[in-house]
Design a protein around this ligand. Structure first.
Ligand code: ADP
Ligand code: MG
Ligand code: MG
Ligand code: MG
Length: 406
């Protein structure tokens, strides 16, 4: 690129502008034969598939505003920088789980990365009733490895502090989470919307001071609990799968936060897939059983991997070997992570029905009466997770709670 000034790519300008990059030519072939397709279905960025004689690649470019809303809502291009930094760390901490980065251009806010194919977005698969072998194992391990290896349990103290300082600058993306997940759902905010038939339930939730307080306590954990580098946006739209392989994309919301944050968000999205199933098929039972097995097995994989890392890789300032901590310390730490995960899970279940960005699991249900009934179960369970999560000791209790609300 001759000029370093940022300019958004189009399918027409992309071959001219990126056609000189070795990272692309060596994979895709010469730019003369490129076919470019814009496929971004997310809320924020441009995503292009570049195809040629060789392998295809993805070019993801940030826009200076929120794509979902338009240029009335500016958003800094630096999110591409944080996405790139997070991808590099995740690749080191859980090798093979995120797309390989082929090229990064800070000024153009663009990342060239491996094209995942024939992977598709997990959310769509779950709505279609498709299962993914190994999903729970892969995701539980991803959450455990990134949580542990980015924390003071593992990192050298100076390195961890420098990294936390770097990511502290991801202010605008954290602001989205702070507003849309922890705040807007619990009041009447301009960007909110909900299924009309939900009005009485929404009113009762917003009148419940205990819920509001619990959500603010979770927000304080989010802003002040800088335990590890979190993915920050780990929903089923940030996971791409084949029938047997699971990959994680889109960590532009990366921030230093609680070790239970990503796990809690992920569990919420599995639970919303569970609650919405009756609208997507006549006999939802088997898929629902499978989704709850994904919930429990994800937690089991998380715990097993975390315990393994605790035993084998504890090299940071926390719980040093010379203090001789045993199983009780690990159990205490796991209980702390679980408590956070449940609270974040509750907030995520609420915001997807009440705040700005909803999810296709519920949004594609055209019968609004039915949609409201299913969303109501989800909202009620989220409320319990916020105010009474002490009564949910483990993943089986969480799955049981989902069954009671279904
Ligand atoms: P946003 O940040 O705007 O949400 P995403 O990173 O989630 O953008 O990408 C949007 C869409 O582009 C994804 O839902 C997926 O369909 C596609 N996509 C993104 N990255 C890849 C990839 N590495 N391989 C294949 N498809 C991808
Ligand atoms: Mg996305
Ligand atoms: Mg994104
Ligand atoms: Mg909705």
């Amino acid at each position: 690129m001759q000029d370093d000034r940022y300019e958004a790519l189009t399918p027409e300008t992309l071959p001219d502008r990126l056609g000189g990059l070795d990272a692309l030519i060596s994979r895709v072939g010469s730019a003369a034969g490129w076919q470019v397709q814009e496929v971004g279905d997310g809320n924020l960025n441009l995503v292009f598939i570049v195809r040629g004689q060789g392998a295809a690649v993805i070019v993801k470019q940030a826009l200076p505003y929120v794509r979902l809303v338009g240029d009335s809502w500016p958003l800094p291009l630096t999110r591409a920088f944080f996405e790139h930094e997070a991808l590099v760390r995740q690749a080191a901490r859980d090798p093979g789980r995120v797309p390989e980065v082929l090229h990064f251009d800070k000024a153009q806010a663009l990342i060239v990365m491996e094209f995942l194919s024939p992977h598709t977005i997990l959310r769509g698969k779950l709505i279609a009733g498709e299962r993914v072998e190994g999903l729970a194992e892969a995701m539980g391990r991803f959450c455990a490895r990134t949580a542990f290896r980015g924390s003071d349990l593992s990192m050298e103290a100076g390195e961890k502090k420098a990294d936390a300082a770097l990511f502290l600058d991801n202010v605008a993306l954290c602001d989205i989470t702070e507003q849309l997940i922890f705040t807007d759902p619990y009041c009447e905010a301009e960007r909110n919307h909900h299924t009309p038939e939900l009005a009485p339930i929404v009113a009762s939730l917003r009148a419940d001071e205990a819920v509001r307080d619990a959500a603010q306590a979770m927000l304080m954990r989010f802003t002040a609990g800088a335990e590890t580098l979190c993915h920050g946006d780990l929903h089923t739209g940030s996971i791409m799968c084949t029938d047997t392989e699971t990959r994680v994309i889109d960590p532009e919301f990366g921030f230093y936060g609680p070790m239970g944050f990503d796990l809690g968000m992920l569990l919420a999205n599995f639970l919303m897939a569970f609650f919405s199933q009756p609208a997507h098929r006549d006999e939802p039972g088997e898929m629902q059983d499978w989704l709850l097995s994904v919930v429990t097995e994800t937690c089991a994989a998380f715990e097993a991997e975390f315990a393994r890392l605790w035993a084998e890789e504890r090299a940071g300032i926390l719980y040093p070997a010379r203090l001789g901590h045993g199983d009780a310390a690990l159990r205490g730490l796991m209980a702390h992570i679980w408590n956070d995960a449940l609270g974040f899970c509750g907030c995520e279940m609420h915001r997807r029905c009440l705040s700005l960005a909803h999810n296709a699991d519920f949004e594609t249900i055209s019968d609004t009466g039915l949609r409201a009934r299913l969303e109501a179960r989800n909202i009620e369970m989220g409320r319990q997770l916020l105010v009474a999560r002490g009564q949910v000791p483990d993943a089986s209790a969480l799955a049981e709670l989902a069954r009671e609300h279904d």
